[in-house]
Design a protein around this ligand. Sequence first.
Ligand SMILES: [Zn+2]
Length: 78
Amino acid sequence: MVRYLAKFLLLIAVFIIAYMVIKSGARRREWPKQAPGSIAEEDMVRCKVCGVHLPRSESLESRDEYFCSEEHRRIARK
Ligand SMILES: [Zn+2]
């Protein structure tokens, strides 16, 4: 019975280790997407008013035009 229990615990330990390895591997694969370099190359947009470059996710979009701030979007509307 003790040997059976030891085997059972070993199996659980193997599963936990395998789970952790898979999880950390998946996390590592997500990193390149969030690397600053790829954002700079793919998703940089230019403010229509002041011309500053900023990531698309941080910009304000209005009718296919991008702005760095709410203020500049208001200026462009006038
Ligand atoms: Zn601006």
